[in-house]
Design a protein. Sequence first.
Length: 90
Amino acid sequence: MMKFWIRQKSTGYFMPAGRGQGFTADKPRSADVCPPRLFGKRGGATNALRWWLQGEAWADQETGDIHSIPKPERNADDMELVVILLTVVT
């Protein structure tokens, strides 16, 4: 079964798990500090990375509008999807 992680090439750090949906405010962290966020489909990982690269986003509670703060230091060329092959052994 294929799964996906998002990794920063320059540091080897991964996008962390544990915040529920949405993680545009997170930054890549060592897997020793926080487990990586695991995606079930390539499309989900690609979309999450695309949103993260656009900056920190949040939805206005009253209007539902999505706002974001650009983060120019986030570099698409420094990020990659890592394919994980999970095998169940019984």
